[in-house]
Design a binder for this molecule. Structure first.
Ligand SMILES: N[C@@H](CCC(=O)N[C@@H](CS)C(=O)NCC(=O)O)C(=O)O
Length: 204
């Protein structure tokens, strides 16, 4: 497999997963400098001109959430993805879509400094709806984690959500609420997370 990436990009989301699946040596990492992402050579691989992008047996997989899901399933024997007939599968998938729907949308509007009034006007059509609802949802979920999102066993959903939360918190796009701390500290203490700078950043 080839992973086209740039070490400053969201490819970092994938690194803990590669470690947990113990597949780092099966992936050739190809660095794509930002100035080369929109050149013909790379556009042949990903016409969106974005990284990361995984190529496995000639099939191109762009979108970090898709790559994450694909790898956790491909190496399902490692136990990080509930099987297709496991009822927990739906709850597991929800986190991938949540991060790339409501949460990313909220983070983008925050970083673009869109006013509360504008958000209020569009809230019915916005994926996260209301800031208060988003926070209340996240607080509830973090409090219900026991200790992981799906119960006693860690899954790729924990790695994914924790990554996106600490990224958002470290860029001050989300407050580091007390209710988030036990879950974030639990996931942050995993060996696979030790090179992710956002965990250190939010604790300094
Ligand atoms: N929807 C894509 C977005 C990927 C993305 O925005 N990647 C950024 C780096 S974090 C990028 O490649 N930017 C280069 C550019 O837009 O020129 C995903 O989730 O994987």
């Amino acid at each position: 497999m080839k992973l086209y990436n740039n070490s400053q990009s969201r490819v970092m989301t994938l690194f803990p997963l590669l470690k947990e699946l113990a597949i780092e040596d099966q992936i050739e990492q190809i660095q794509v400098p930002y100035e080369e992402m929109h050149r013909a050579e790379y556009l042949k691989i990903n016409p969106m001109g974005k990284v990361p992008c995984l190529v496995d047996q000639g099939v191109v997989i762009s979108e970090v959430a898709a790559i994450f899901t694909y790898l956790a399933d491909k190496y399902s024997e490692k136990g990080l993805a509930p099987s297709l007939d496991d009822p927990k599968r739906g709850a597991y998938l929800k986190w991938r879509f949540f991060c790339h729907g409501p949460l990313t949308e909220y983070m983008d509007l925050k970083s673009l400094d869109v006013s509360k009034e504008q958000i209020e006007k569009r809230k019915i059509g916005l994926a996260f709806g209301h800031e208060e609802t988003l926070f209340a949802f996240l607080k509830q979920v973090m409090q219900q984690a026991n200790p992981y999102l799906l119960g006693e066993k860690v899954s790729a959903a924990d790695l994914y959500l924790a990554y996106w939360l600490v990224f958002a918190i470290s860029f001050k796009l989300l407050p580091y609420l007390e209710e988030f701390k036990p879950f974030i500290q639990l996931i942050g203490s995993r060996n696979s997370m030790k090179d992710i700078p956002w965990f250190q950043k939010i604790n300094t």
